[in-house]
Design a protein around this ligand. Structure first.
Ligand SMILES: Cc1cc2nc3c(=O)[nH]c(=O)nc-3n(C[C@H](O)[C@H](O)[C@H](O)COP(=O)(O)O)c2cc1C
Ligand SMILES: O=C(O)C(=O)c1ccccc1
Length: 363
């Protein structure tokens, strides 16, 4: 593949994927104000290197929920990957396992969470809470049994964002069954459907769509889920410090500062602009993870220096998958690790744990 720059990665993926699938992945909601701000606001922060620090050994490792990881990267949950590559989540899982990076498997994967677990190393499960609590609880039980190490509840999708380009293209991959691996294999869903998804495919897809978004889901439901599992629970999509505070009050274990890669609420704050106030509110009591706009090692250094404990990669690995399946994802990860290592060395920092705000200025 030999593509080291995000722009080249994106161009190559565009030449391979069909126009509608590529647009679905690349786009943000609205007129992409927030999508652009995720990148632009990261660039407002500049690194002030301090030299003569002995950077002969660099330690990229982190620890989360009592477990050590070689790098501060996780793979963000990305649904509908069946439109990107025939091996979809399985290729992603194998690549991440080779590199030692945890995956966060989406609710809306092309295959089931059990099939993913069979190929994956460290894995967390991302939960879109269903409007049907029985299905939601069934997903949590299945994740526990399949060895997932945490539940990531995504809170920023009470409804699908206004995705202008997908609307123009009339493109909705989740209506094509590219995202039905978990629903179609779920015993509770099957029972409610009262027929086999393979027999009446369209009805099963329509039924899943009815359950997929849960606009009525609230903090009381979060409290019920807290009671329902001993796994660590993180909320993904937090942008306001008061929601971070509430997550701690509800005894949750972590949060992910994210605006869904600019795909949900257009006009909302960029993820990096939201991060410092949330880190201050949390005060080190629970891990704060970060995503939306990470495109290179310097972006990672900035997010970690502003107080994130780890970062999630989204579109970059999806493009690697499009270009060369498992090998493509692995190459993207290898490059991100190399880039981070080089960025830390040239910034005069020898450990992720030594990154702090003193390293940055806002321009
Ligand atoms: C095509 C696509 C599908 C996504 N699907 C999900 C999903 O199923 N669940 C979820 O929590 N986030 C989903 N996200 C959001 C990502 O987890 C992540 O927040 C975002 O991609 C990070 O931004 P970045 O792409 O700029 O790195 C999706 C993102 C993309 C691009
Ligand atoms: O596209 C997305 O960002 C996404 O998360 C999603 C998930 C399920 C259905 C449609 C979109």
């Amino acid at each position: 593949m030999k593509l080291f720059h995000f722009t080249d990665l994106e161009k190559k993926a565009e030449s391979i994927l069909g126009s509608h699938p590529f647009t679905y992945i690349k786009s943000g909601s609205g007129d992409e104000e927030t999508l652009g701000d995720n990148i632009a606001d990261l660039r407002k922060w500049k690194i002030r290197p301090k030299f003569l620090q002995d950077v002969s050994k660099r330690d990229l490792s982190i620890s989360l929920f009592g477990k050590n990881y070689k790098t501060p990267y996780l793979l963000a949950p990305v649904g509908n990957l069946g439109i990107v590559h025939p091996e979809a989540e399985l290729a992603v899982s194998r690549a991440a396992k080779q590199v030692g990076v945890p995956i966060i498997a989406s609710t809306v994967t092309s295959v089931s969470m059990e099939e993913i677990a069979a190929e994956a190393g460290d894995r967390w499960f991302q939960l879109y809470c269903s409007s049907d609590m029985d299905i939601t609880l069934s997903f949590i039980r299945r994740a526990e049994q399949a060895g997932y190490g945490a539940i990531v509840i995504t809170v920023d999708m009470p409804a699908l964002g206004f995705r202008a380009s997908d609307l123009t293209n009339q493109y909705a991959p989740f209506k094509l069954g590219a995202a039905s691996g978990n629903y179609f294999s779920d015993p509770v869903f099957q029972k409610k459907l009262a027929c086999s998804p393979s027999k009446d495919f369209q009805r099963a897809v329509d039924e899943q769509l009815k359950h997929l978004f849960a606009p009525g889901f609230s903090w009381e439901d979060v409290a019920a889920l807290r009671m329902a599992t001993d796994l660590p629970i993180l909320l993904k999509g937090i942008l306001h410090p008061s929601d971070a505070k509430k997550a701690m009050e509800f005894e949750l274990d972590g949060i992910i500062v994210s605006n869904h890669g600019g795909r949900q609420l257009d006009g909302c704050i960029s993820s990096i602009a939201a991060l410092p106030a949330i880190v201050d509110e949390v005060g080190g009591r629970i891990p704060v993870l970060f995503d939306s706009g990470i495109r290179k090692g310097a972006d990672v250094v900035k997010a970690l220096a502003l107080g994130a404990d780890a970062v999630l990669l989204g579109r970059p690995y999806v493009y690697g998958l499009a270009i060369n399946g498992e090998e493509g994802v692995k190459e993207v990860l290898d490059n991100f690790i190399y880039d981070l290592d080089a960025t830390m060395a040239t910034a005069g920092v020898n450990a992720v744990s030594a990154l702090d705000r003193d390293l940055l200025v806002r321009t």
